[in-house]
Design a protein around this ligand. Structure first.
Ligand SMILES: Cc1cc2nc3c(=O)[nH]c(=O)nc-3n(C[C@H](O)[C@H](O)[C@H](O)COP(=O)(O)O)c2cc1C
Length: 226
């Protein structure tokens, strides 16, 4: 049974004897559960943004989908150096090494869906998440569209305003990458604050996170149906 996991169409893979490559995500013997990664752009690993991600994860797990939380906020991830080495090598890696990017990128490629989450910083996402978006989007594109047909969702926490602009910043990656974007009954936003747990009082935001988990599970099951 072929299992579509994004990146390269299963119809293309059928041209090859892919059973010779057991490590490939679409190998016929692949019965791994679907997986969604959540990338936290906040430098606070246990803050509001992380709590929103955990709430989506609870629903995804109840739907039988594996989850993994990846922390990018507060790390030393670098921005794109515009060296264009990835255009020449086309090896699905970034030439800037030892800052955690390639390890996170490999997890993005292996995942069926990704949730990119950030607090609002001056009406935008954090610089760490922006660095990841620029580099992953570029390396994905120059290698033939590695994010194509994966599911993506943006999640934003804020204290007062500017969240929609931050939300848009993430969705631009999904749009240019031919990904499927998942929303909820409202946009995927939650009111956090300085303490780091205020979002737990935003019942509507938490409901939206559960709804987002259900919609993402629904989409992934449709995409993976044989
Ligand atoms: C540098 C900085 C800039 C911020 N800018 C905004 C902003 O433009 N709009 C807003 O509503 N909140 C802003 N905030 C507040 C955070 O977005 C908010 O407290 C968020 O819930 C924090 O998420 P966290 O607990 O996951 O870090 C800012 C906070 C910091 C530290």
């Amino acid at each position: 049974m072929f299992r579509w996991r994004g990146g390269i169409p299963a119809s293309e893979l059928k041209k090859f004897q892919i059973h010779q490559f057991p490590g490939w995500p679409c190998a016929p013997e692949d019965h791994r559960p679907m997986k969604v990664i959540g990338i936290n752009g906040s430098p606070r690993p246990a803050g509001n943004t992380s709590k929103m991600l955990s709430t989506v994860f609870e629903t995804l797990q109840a739907e039988g989908i594996e989850t993994e939380l990846i922390q990018v906020g507060g790390t030393d991830i670098k921005g794109c150096r515009s060296c264009y080495a990835c255009v020449k090598t086309k090896n699905s890696e970034c030439s800037t090494r030892n800052d955690g990017f390639n390890e996170i990128f490999a997890k993005m490629l292996a995942a069926d869906g990704m949730i990119l989450a950030s607090p609002t910083y001056f009406a935008d996402i954090t610089p760490e998440l922006k660095a990841l978006i620029d580099r992953s989007g570029f390396v994905s594109r120059v290698n033939g569209g590695l994010f194509r047909h994966k599911a993506g969702a943006a999640v934003i926490s804020l204290r007062r305003g500017g969240a929609i602009h931050a939300y848009d910043s993430i969705n631009h990656l999904f749009g240019i990458s031919q990904m499927f974007t998942v929303g909820s009954t409202y946009w995927n936003l939650g009111f956090g604050g300085r303490e780091g747990d205020e979002v737990m009082n935003d019942a509507e935001a938490l409901d939206n996170m559960r709804d987002l988990g259900k919609s993402m599970a629904f989409l992934l099951k449709k995409l993976n149906a044989s």
